[in-house]
Design a protein around this ligand. Structure first.
Ligand code: ACO
Length: 431
């Protein structure tokens, strides 16, 4: 009989040791189950959850040292090469690649839900034209729960599935509407003759005055960006969605909370920040000075698009993105694009610099995705929105998994309190 592996926590002050079970997953390091600690009067302290697993999951696996990313066991490189985005969505949601008929039915279901309630169009006029599209996204995606009451019962599997389809289908429509509202063009209704990505490009770039057909090379590049961003285990926005969902909130509200978290420059806002940084650097001759700034402790500047909480080796998505970047620039005849050349030079210099080598800081997926999106004519303020629409499926799949997990509890971390001890109120005239 194999003995259950245990970790024993000992103290140097006579407190009796505490035995903690060690759990093993299919891949990745073993995990010490600390749930019993609170019964002994202790909590763990782990700001930023660097050493804390918050849930069991079977969706995505990352080996940060090996630079590997798997969705449901399939390497990201294979999916980016052979799959389309909706097939990846099916895989993330249901755990297996679909058969032909399953894929057909899934795609048809998504198409059935691409329009938003017509009354939602009027929401947009409440926003300033120059509002950041992410600000509009947070509001409008959250507002879906005010329109689709018939799928809000989270204990009902059918409701959960309908909500998943609605989110997957409507988020691109809302995203494109944000752009159209920004630039003052009329909203374009979805075209269900097109595939998911082609339809999004149509809603972004078509106008009622002319004919628009998506360029297949650009559509494939965007599809790849979406596949690469579809899920990334328990990152900040996904954890936010799970935390919001752990209290029983409806899925539309939960996804809106994920969008809010994603907006930050340390997370989904990074590709926008990469372009801003490249534009600020402006010329190869100034790279050195920015690298120096990134290394200085007294300067908050960081090299945007470099570093990752989990990848301490090349982000496999960055490699695919670099190749995609070449394809798009070739297609558009932009190979002399100064920003792309600057990015390549910056990457080379940083990868040879001791600071970046020592700290294992490699380019992440966002380093190149911004250049690709810009070349496609997507405005910078839409970059994070495109990340949000790609990640919606990951959030939805993780939310589904959490709702079905019998160990799920409301997320409620503890703290190391360092404030004042109890003291008595002093009246205003005595202070
Ligand atoms: N430039 C310069 N130094 C950096 C960078 C960077 N981009 N990233 C990390 N470091 C340094 C830190 O200053 C720290 O140095 P120290 O040990 O001397 O204090 C060390 O490397 C470790 O960094 P942490 O901040 O502890 O790493 P963490 O895991 O908390 O942060 C993060 C990861 C937020 C992604 C960080 O690398 C960063 O801010 N990168 C730039 C923003 C970015 O590209 N974000 C996109 C992430 S990918 C995504 O969301 C899809």
């Amino acid at each position: 009989m194999t003995q259950e592996r245990k970790a024993i926590l000992t103290f140097n002050d006579g407190t009796p040791p505490i035995e903690l079970p060690v759990l093993s997953g299919t891949l990745g390091p073993d995990v010490i189950d600390i749930r019993a600690l609170s019964k002994h009067g202790f909590f763990t302290y782990d700001p930023g959850f660097q050493s804390t697993g918050s849930c069991r999951s079977s969706i995505t696996y990352i080996d940060g040292d090996a630079g590997q990313l798997f969705y449901r066991g399939y390497p990201i490189e294979q999916l980016a090469e052979h799959s389309d985005f909706l097939e990846v969505c099916y895989l993330l949601l249901y755990g297996e690649l679909p058969t032909g008929p399953q894929k057909f039915e899934f795609d048809s279901m998504v198409k059935q839900h691409t329009m938003v309630h017509d009354q939602m169009n009027r929401f947009f006029t409440g926003f300033r034209r120059d509002a950041h599209p992410m600000a509009i996204m947070v509001g409008v995606v959250g507002a879906l729960s005010a329109f689709y009451h018939d799928s809000l019962d989270i204990s009902n599997p059918h409701h959960r599935e309908v909500s998943a389809f609605r989110l997957l289908a409507k988020v691109p429509t809302i995203a494109a509407m944000c752009h159209k509202y920004n630039v003052g063009e009329p909203f374009m209704y979805p075209q269900n003759r097109l595939d998911y990505v082609g339809n999004f490009l149509y809603m972004m770039f078509a106008t009622p005055c002319g004919h628009y057909e998506p360029n297949p090379v650009l559509a494939r590049a965007l599809e790849r960006i979406m596949i690469l961003h579809a899920d990334h285990e328990q990152n900040a926005s996904t954890s936010t969605v799970r935390l919001a969902g752990s209290s029983g909130s409806n899925p539309f509200a939960c996804i809106a909370s994920g969008i809010a978290c994603l907006w930050g420059p340390a997370h989904g806002g990074a590709n926008e920040a990469v372009l801003a940084m490249l534009e600020e650097i402006g010329d190869e001759s100034r790279i050195g000075q920015y690298i120096d700034r990134a290394k200085r402790k007294d300067d908050s500047f960081r090299l945007m698009g470099f570093g990752h909480r989990v990848y301490k080796n090349m982000d496999p998505r960055a490699d695919i993105m670099r190749r995609t970047c070449h394809e798009v620039l070739d297609e558009l005849g932009l190979h002399d694009d100064p920003l792309f050349k600057l990015a390549l030079k910056l990457e080379k210099i940083a990868l040879e610099d001791d600071y970046f080598i020592e700290k294992k800081l490699y380019p992440n997926v966002d380093f190149y995705s911004g250049i690709v999106l810009r070349a496609m004519g997507i405005p910078t303020n839409m970059f994070t929105v495109i990340f949000a629409l790609s990640r919606t499926i990951g959030w939805v799949a993780q939310w589904h998994e959490m709702i079905g997990d019998p160990e799920n509890k409301i997320g409620r971390p503890r703290q190391l309190y360092q404030g004042a001890r109890q003291r008595d109120y002093v009246p205003l005239d005595k202070r």
